[in-house]
Design a binder for this molecule. Structure first.
Ligand code: HPA
Length: 236
């Protein structure tokens, strides 16, 4: 199924693995590849949205930045699925915790991703569709996290189109529906994966606590992501 290049991905003959980790920041993709992969090859530099393929414990795996927001992750994940045959797409990112019992650096695994985006409208469904992650990947990630003694929260996240929202009460209404955390991409990823019959998951590190207003620093973030990334890599 491999296409040679798409509008946003030009691998110049480098393979893209069936399993890919998807951080928002392309420099984090480079960091993950350089820290964890053997036999690294760069497969994308278009718009500096860096992508790398290598091996992790002998198994082929790729990593690529997605940019921020549902439009950005959706176009990259569409091309990865439909033109390059990617089958397991695992978003790794940060989120804002929306429940009191959550601490900075806790890991959140998205079982579902509610959204205020219109992205799902294009599927023309006669009702509200619930974007869910792959149960197979979810169950494996939870088991790996438990084995590592990593504290996790599993449930519904909010993929929001707005970071600086005009309605100060909006997040509170989502909190009352049990939303664990806010981020900006997973609903688009889960919808694309479901429409194509492939598997997707999203794993986050809590970078800010919206209820208590606690925040991590950019330096702290870089190192705190290790646990989340290692859980994701074990899925390859
Ligand atoms: N909002 C949206 N996305 C985020 C946040 C947030 O507060 N924190 C980390 N990613």
């Amino acid at each position: 199924m491999t296409t040679t290049s798409t509008p946003h991905i030009d691998p110049k003959g480098v393979d893209i693995a069936e399993t890919i980790l998807l951080p928002g920041d392309p420099l984090r993709a480079k960091f993950i590849a350089e820290t964890y992969f053997d036999d690294i090859r760069c497969f994308n530099e278009v718009r500096n949205m860096l992508g790398f393929t290598g091996t992790y414990r002998g198994r082929p795996v790729s990593v690529m930045g997605t940019g921020m927001g549902i439009p950005s992750i959706s176009l990259y994940s569409y091309e990865l699925i439909h033109h390059f045959g990617v089958k397991n797409l695992i978003r790794v990112g940060t989120c804002g915790a929306m429940q009191k019992n959550m601490d900075l650096y806790d890991v959140v695994i998205a079982q579902g991703a509610s959204t205020d985006s219109n992205y799902l409208d294009q599927f023309n469904l006669p009702g509200q569709w619930a974007p869910l992650s792959s149960y197979r990947l979810l169950e494996q990630a939870k088991r790996i996290a438990d084995e590592r003694g990593q504290r996790t929260h599993v449930g519904n996240v909010l993929s929001s189109d707005v970071f600086y929202g005009a309605d100060p009460d909006a997040l509170g209404r989502w909190m009352k529906m049990g939303i664990l955390a806010v981020e900006m991409e997973s609903a688009g990823l889960f919808a694309n994966a479901a429409a194509a019959g492939v598997d997707a998951l999203a794993i986050f590190t809590v970078s800010d606590q919206i209820v208590t207003d606690a925040k991590t620093t950019p330096e702290e973030r870089q190192t705190a992501f290790t646990s989340m990334i290692e859980i994701a890599l074990e899925l390859a």
